[in-house]
Design a protein around this ligand. Structure first.
Ligand SMILES: Cc1cc2nc3c(=O)[nH]c(=O)nc-3n(C[C@H](O)[C@H](O)[C@H](O)COP(=O)(O)OP(=O)(O)OC[C@H]3O[C@@H](n4cnc5c(N)ncnc54)[C@H](O)[C@@H]3O)c2cc1C
Length: 385
């Protein structure tokens, strides 16, 4: 029998709606003051330590962390509302995004008390930023193929290997590196370990990998016998696979898998409003708005599951597959709305958002696990494989 995937609808309580409105009003005021310009894919492209610290001062970073670690003890639904507003505004949230989204919950769940006290408060203050060190040449979808090696050394370990596509590493303080700490075993998921690597340590080299237009967001990072102290190992050596699976559920489940091109959609709505007789445009934009509405409700249902302590691995994979294809459809639809070729920088906001969306769109269905891999997870969840 085919199993069912259920996404229970979650209503937004009045208190969360009030918080959403507070964030929206604050963002509008920041825009008026010229603090930021919206951009598509702002959670990858908008790296602003000053903005991250400002958000943190309002209590909107580390929201779900307990107060004893500098957090604010808020719910998943509250965090969902805040992050969705930030993304919709195209605000520059990339500096703290990875740390807040997946490293803080991972350290909270698997870290020692000393690690929690050392690493969580600066994340919640928006002061320390983290990169994801999973992918390598030859290890992307097949993550268990990682070859970066962790070997015992005096007082700790030495790390040797190479990570690829490391978003934001050139602006980050730390990387959570998935590496191999034991000899090859029949179970490929055994012998993997997560370690915290200080990206300023001797032996770390960070080289840019540029987008077509020269923008620098991701990197190749090599480790040449980098010293890793014992207390930078998360859990025990060999525990890495379960940790990384849990980390991926946080990485895949949020509204950033739906809203990366929202600033373009907002410009398209403005264009439609300025052309009231254009029925084709109204139909196009209305259809996208309806899809967005449904997707956001699905994504909010996942935030509700996380709040109830459930593991939404399959549901998150399903929504990420649908959401990232929606983000790409917005970029494609934008071409039908904007006359003529697009360039960066563009003279008008619609052209600018469209060019950003087209440049970034190919990565939407690859980063955080490709859509083919996600559909495999959904098929397994349905009992089909
Ligand atoms: C914008 C962006 C940012 C990124 N940031 C980071 C980061 O910060 N840190 C990090 O560690 N990584 C990052 N990545 C890397 C990303 O996680 C990998 O690119 C992704 O997991 C795919 O791995 P790969 O590139 O090695 O492709 P491969 O795994 O080689 O896949 C190639 C193709 O084969 C398909 N395929 C592979 N295996 C299967 C299978 N079993 N069934 C069906 N189809 C399959 C894939 O779907 C894909 O179409 C980023 C990627 C992008 C695009």
């Amino acid at each position: 029998m085919v199993a069912l995937i259920e996404l229970e609808p979650v209503a937004e309580p009045a208190s969360v709606r009030a918080l959403r409105e507070e964030v929206r009003a604050w963002l509008a005021a920041e825009r008026r003051q010229g603090t930021f310009e919206p951009t598509c894919d702002s959670w990858l492209a908008g790296f602003s330590p000053a903005f991250s610290r400002k958000l943190a001062a309002r209590g909107w970073v580390g929201m779900m962390l307990p107060p004893e670690y500098g957090g604010h003890g808020r719910s998943g639904l509250e965090r969902f509302a805040v992050t969705a507003e930030l993304l919709a505004a195209g605000a520059p949230v990339a500096a703290h995004w990875v740390a807040d989204r997946q490293m803080a919950p991972m350290i909270l769940r698997y870290g020692t008390e000393a690690q929690k006290r050392r690493f969580l408060p600066p994340i919640a203050r928006g002061e320390e930023y983290w990169a994801i060190g999973m992918s390598e040449p030859g290890a992307g979808s097949d993550l268990a193929a990682v070859r970066t090696r962790l070997e015992p050394a005096d007082g700790g370990w030495r790390l040797t290997g190479q990570k690829l596509w490391s978003s934001g590493a050139h602006g980050c303080h730390y990387m959570m590196v998935l590496c191999r700490s034991g000899p090859p075993e029949p179970d490929r998921h055994a012998g993997l370990t997560n370690v915290v690597v200080d990206l300023r340590a001797p032996g770390v080299t960070i080289r840019p990998i540029r987008l077509l237009n020269g923008e620098h967001h991701f990197n190749e990072v090599t480790f040449d016998g980098v010293f890793v102290p014992d207390d930078h190992v998360i859990g025990s050596p060999g525990d890495g696979w379960a940790q990384v699976t849990a980390e991926l559920a946080f990485e895949r489940s949020g509204p950033e898998r739906i809203l990366s091109t929202y600033p373009l959609l907002a410009e398209m709505v403005r264009a439609a409003a300025a052309r009231p007789d254009d029925d084709r445009l109204a139909t196009l934009v209305g259809g996208l708005a309806a899809d967005l509405w449904a997707l956001l409700r699905m994504s909010r249902a996942i935030a509700g599951m996380l709040d109830r302590g459930r593991d939404p691995e399959v549901e998150a994979a399903l929504v990420k597959d649908l959401g990232t294809r929606f983000e790409q459809r917005v970029a494609e639809a934008g071409r039908a709305v904007h006359p003529g070729p697009v360039r960066l920088p563009a003279a008008d906001p619609l052209g600018q958002r469209l060019a950003e969306a087209i440049l970034h769109a190919p990565g939407f269905t690859i980063r955080g696990g490709t859509n083919e891999i996600l559909r495999g997870i959904v098929a397994r969840g349905l009992g089909l494989r």
